[in-house]
Design a protein. Structure first.
Length: 394
């Protein structure tokens, strides 16, 4: 996928991960992009500007008052001609400045001036990443439409082990491609997506849940937003949230999810049921923690959200998911018919790379007239295919 004709500005801030930005610049350049690098003062202490100049073919800007530029005001000129800004690594300091409107160097002033999409790749200590200050700043930026690519987990430069490593350059590059080469076929459409596994309480301490992480639903939400959709994201409290602008409605139980979906169905053009709501809930919920050494539970059937939407969908498109362990296509076809859905995305959760909480999936997409069997791929890639197939539905 070429980036020819696209201008990408890479902002590099002062963190040990700055060296990884060299690979990102190289990937962007090889894809045909016109790449410009803006470095903070501290970034230049980790990687020499000359490295980025050699890789990008353009001068790396490090000084707000550098006179070695065209007659145009430097940061304004770059802000106007860039199709996308990527900050990799993005420190807590840069995120805080951007959230608070502080512009005191070339990078922050250019980011303030641009109308282009901004993608941040955070890299910092786990404590900083999870701090109230950074979390609040990140939420503020997301509400303004700033995009994020999630940090990886692993060994950190400070010696800690946890989340905070900058995403790998290849992953950032692929995200850049998806943003700059995104379709706009969902513009002016509203897509309602359910995600995650619901919780059914047993007592104030215990609950019944399943293994769904919400990663597939989040991937679809991010993809739909890139393609122009307004996204309503109904999810369980612990589900992965999309790193894009979306209206997020958090629920706990299947009944609450049903109320949220039905209550917002009228606003949606497409409903995608990627969640794994619990089919059953305890008949009674104890007011106090159960102290018995052994006890038994009786269950009642929960609302079938997909079937309810199938009865009232009208001209809307309904896409459901079918997580199976046997007779994949047979069971999926039954659900397609019984729930009056337009498409079912089926997967065998026992297959390696297709289960819960992983970044890949192996799916079969089934409609009344078509069966599309897919191999193992990233959930972000599957999300694109799902949306392509929805667009082709009659």
């Amino acid at each position: 996928m070429t980036l020819s004709g696209k201008t990408v500005t890479v902002g590099v801030t002062g963190g040990i991960a700055a060296y990884k930005a060299c690979e990102l610049v190289s990937l962007l350049k090889k894809a045909g992009a016109d790449v410009h690098v803006v470095m903070t003062e501290h970034a230049a202490r980790f990687v020499a500007p000359l490295s980025f100049e050699a890789l990008s073919g353009n001068r790396a800007v490090t000084d707000m008052f550098d006179s070695d530029h065209d007659w145009e005001i430097g940061h304004i000129s770059l802000a106007k001609k860039s199709d996308l800004f990527v900050v990799a690594p993005c420190t807590a300091n840069l995120a805080g400045k951007l959230a608070c409107g502080i512009a005191d160097d070339f990078l922050s002033t250019t980011l303030m001036a641009t109308k282009a999409p901004i993608l941040l790749a955070p890299a910092m200590n786990t404590g900083m990443l999870t701090s109230k200050a950074y979390t609040a700043n990140a939420e503020t930026l997301k509400k303004r439409g700033v995009l994020f690519i999630e940090s990886d987990s692993g060994y950190l430069a400070c010696g800690d082990v946890g989340k905070g490593r900058m995403a790998e350059p290849k992953a950032i590059f692929e995200r850049v491609q998806s943003i700059l080469c995104a379709k706009s076929d969902y513009k002016n459409k509203t897509v309602l997506i359910t995600s995650g596994g619901t919780r059914e309480p047993i007592d104030p301490v215990r609950f019944i849940c399943n293994r769904s992480s919400g990663k597939m639903g989040a991937a679809i939400a991010e993809c739909a937003a890139r393609r122009g959709a307004n996204v309503i994201y109904v999810c369980s409290s612990d589900a992965v949230k999309p790193q894009t602008d979306a209206e997020i409605i958090t629920v706990e139980t299947t009944a609450q999810m049903a109320d949220a979906v039905i209550g917002n169905c009228e606003r949606a053009d497409i409903v995608i049921k990627a969640a794994a709501p619990a089919d059953y809930s305890p008949q009674t919920v104890e007011k106090n923690k159960i102290k018995k050494q052994s006890f038994s539970l009786s269950f009642k059937k929960n609302p079938d959200i997909a079937a309810q939407i199938g009865k009232i969908k009208g001209d809307r498109k309904l896409v459901i998911f079918s997580a199976e362990t046997e007779n994949l296509e047979e069971n999926a076809r039954c659900k397609l018919k019984n729930k009056n859905a337009d498409m079912v995305v089926a997967n065998n959760v026992l297959q390696e790379g297709a289960g819960f909480s992983v970044d890949t999936n192996i799916a079969t997409l089934i409609t009344d007239s078509k069966v599309l069997r897919l191999g193992k791929m990233k959930k972000s890639e599957l999300a694109e295919i799902i949306l392509d197939e929805i667009s082709d539905l009659k």
